[in-house]
Write a protein that binds this ligand. Structure first.
Ligand code: 3MF
Ligand code: MG
Length: 347
């Protein structure tokens, strides 16, 4: 590994600029169009786009294959013209009337078939965008009540789908994004350990890895930096969705570091210390803007999350390693704790 510092590249998804609707209230800001959002990226300091299949091809289920390819080609030209890259693409498997009971784990064979076909179309779009990273956030793969499905069969169904996608395209890599709940009561793949278990059980384990979102790990009651360390050890951390979460409640997607700066510091630390980014991995964000924010300043959460990452990176890089090691050698972890706090506070 070269000694020169990693130059991190950042990505976000178009859904991160949104209209402020929540389960109890309607949108509060006019939408920005897809074209307007693409225009924002570079000015905000971002080079990568996290796509869903229907960001690229709206009304995807109504489109012929030729229409799908033609629309994907025009988006490829558009992002090339902006000097942007498609970091990842994910099939949006949670909005269709055919995925109400789950996608790959629906109790209906016809609906499972739909999920697979839709995912293959997403792979076709990925190829046009020259994107090898296919994200599976398994949104509805779980249950509201346990008795509706077999949790053991569900693992087999997920593996069958993953294997079918690996077989469909010899180059695509699958990044499983675990989340323990929401929209389901309980999800089948709640942590990165579950995702990596599926990866090793798949037909081509080198092409199945993970994407860790800070808030998802926190919702599972876990420490995001340790989740990242687990995946990094296995060479399976292929993307991240950095954000923050204030305790166990709905998925908040707060600005990175805004609820717990020390926890954010440790995420930057584990990424930096393990060479994340050196194989082209992006620092992805998945952050929601507050509902209160006026439309013309509704991208500040992206700016601030990126800046917080870079500020914390400086903190990681300027930590006095000798001092740190002395505290560790003396088993003076109280001393180390306070040293870190003062360092973060700029003392
Ligand atoms: C939900 C999420 C998703 C995924 C995205 C990836 C809508 O909590 O994090 O965001 O990140 O779908 O494809
Ligand atoms: Mg996410």
């Amino acid at each position: 590994m070269s000694n020169s510092p990693t130059e991190y590249r950042f990505s976000f998804g178009p859904w991160n600029i949104h209209e402020g609707a929540d389960p109890f209230g309607p949108p509060v800001r006019e939408s920005y169009s897809f074209d307007e959002k693409v225009d924002f990226y570079r000015d905000l300091g971002f080079l990568g786009i996290q796509f869903h299949d229907d960001d690229v091809v709206p009304d995807i289920d109504e489109k012929t294959h030729a229409q799908l390819i033609s629309r994907a080609k025009s988006v490829k030209t558009q992002i090339d013209n902006h000097g942007l890259t498609a970091e990842v693409i994910a099939p949006r498997l949670w909005e269709s009337s055919l995925t109400i009971d789950g996608a790959f784990t629906s109790n209906s064979a016809k609906e499972r078939q739909y999920a697979l076909e839709r995912s293959k179309r997403c792979v076709d779009i990925a190829n046009v965008l020259e994107c090898k990273n296919f994200v599976l956030w398994l949104a509805r793969e779980g249950t509201y009540i346990r008795e509706t499905k077999s949790s053991s069969d569900a693992v087999g169904q997920l593996l069958d789908a993953i294997n079918a996608l690996l077989d469909y395209d010899p180059e695509i890599r699958i990044l499983i994004e675990p989340k323990p709940n929401e929209p389901m009561d309980i999800a089948y793949i709640p942590t990165i350990g579950h995702a990596i278990g599926l990866a090793y059980a798949s037909a081509d384990s080198d092409r199945v890895g993970g994407l860790i979102e800070s808030a998802h790990a926190i919702l599972a009651g876990l420490e995001p930096s340790d989740e990242m360390g687990y995946a990094l050890y296995h060479n399976k951390l292929w993307s991240v969705h950095l954000n923050d979460q204030n305790g166990l409640k709905f998925d908040q997607d707060k600005a990175f570091g805004s609820a717990n700066l020390r926890r954010a510091f440790n995420q930057v630390r584990v990424l930096e210390e393990n060479g994340y980014g050196r194989n082209g991995e992006y620092i992805g964000l998945d952050v929601k803007v507050m509902r209160t924010q006026p439309r013309d300043i509704s991208t500040k959460h992206l700016l601030s999350s990126r800046r917080t990452f870079l500020n914390l990176l400086e903190k990681v890089r300027t930590l006095d390693r000798k001092v740190e090691q002395e505290f560790i050698a003396a088993r003076d972890y109280e001393g180390l704790d306070f040293y870190i706090l003062e360092h973060l506070l700029g003392k």
